[in-house]
Design a protein around this ligand. Sequence first.
Ligand code: ADP
Length: 397
Amino acid sequence: MNVLVVNCGSSSLKYQLINMSDESVIAKGLVERIGIEGSVLKHEIPGMDKVVIEKTMPDHKVAIGLVLDALVDGNHGAIKDMKEISAVGHRVVHAGEKFSDSVVINDEVIEALEECIELAPLHNPANLMGIAACKELMIDTPMVAVFDTAFHQTMPKASYIYPLPYELYEKYGVRKYGFHGTSHRYVSQRAAEFVGEKLEDLKIITCHLGNGASLAAIKDGKCIDTSMGFTPLEGLVMGTRCGDIDPAIVTFVMEKENLDLAGMNNLMNKKSGVLGISGVSSDFRDIEDAAKEGNERATLAIEAFNHRVKKYIGSYAAEMGGADVIIFTAGLGENSISNREEICKGLEFMGAKLDVEKNNVRGKDAIVSTDDSKVKILVIPTNEELMIAKDTQALLK
Ligand code: ADP
């Protein structure tokens, strides 16, 4: 069975065609600048040169049409016929409280997701466009939606309710939802497999540290808390997002800087985080380079980032009554040896001892704690596409 995994953004589209018999990626690619001048499709078959196709793509339907053409192309295609695509798995950002698991897409599901647009106005419309385009171009191919929010639906109410007037939750659904759920679920399952234990027996803290970053506390296989909230703005210090701040800063800065709602929203989402503190970049590699050259604000940005991850690890250990496993994943979690070292410094009090030698690893499954560490510290590369494909296969069996 081949599953096409589709992840649509407002002007982009990422895809992977996965052969489920051995979970191998047989083709993957990225479309950029959909609806903007200069649209381009970069298509890749592992082991072969990347093919770059520049063509006007006014909307997602045209983009998906070109992706399908590329997949069956005589020269750089991966399959002979579209019929070899058994199913499509769509990444969908927000399912509100409607879905706590992946679902087979039908008209009711689409309607339910349209009702969630208000909660994710930047993401859900793009996801829905991708679904509509595939529905038109691949009429008989079944589709599954896999949600970023679903895994966090097991949080107890005391975790997800905000201390605001309760009516705001009832009227508008203002509560913590959490994101990156597919990644937190994948790495926690993979970690249990990797250490040869049952997921249901473990207390796990997953640290998804990328441009967007979040932690989750997973007890008995279920998420009980996570650092992102009503939107992906809450929680950690991120590439350009501020994460937790005193809410009173919002109105104070709006007044002082004469900002309107959109201006303040932009400041907190695009100009803050490690970019805001360092003034250098949102990319950790640039910030690390600047810090090495003596840039104090770059050093401060890295310290502030690590400080907050550590703080969340401590609070999640307290929530779960300890931890058995801490997992690092995503761009920074998988690759930054120094960030992992700084974050884990001082966690010995809760039985987590990093092994500096073993921590000298990037981008592969590894145990990086000492042999006598009570808490296993792991690096597990995330694979949201594979998780989406697995859910798709399981639901259609
Ligand atoms: P997203 O998917 O949220 O855009 P990623 O998971 O790709 O983000 O992570 C991007 C972050 O990971 C960037 O800040 C980047 O600098 C960091 N990163 C990637 N590789 C390395 C590395 N080798 N060392 C340090 N940081 C890295």
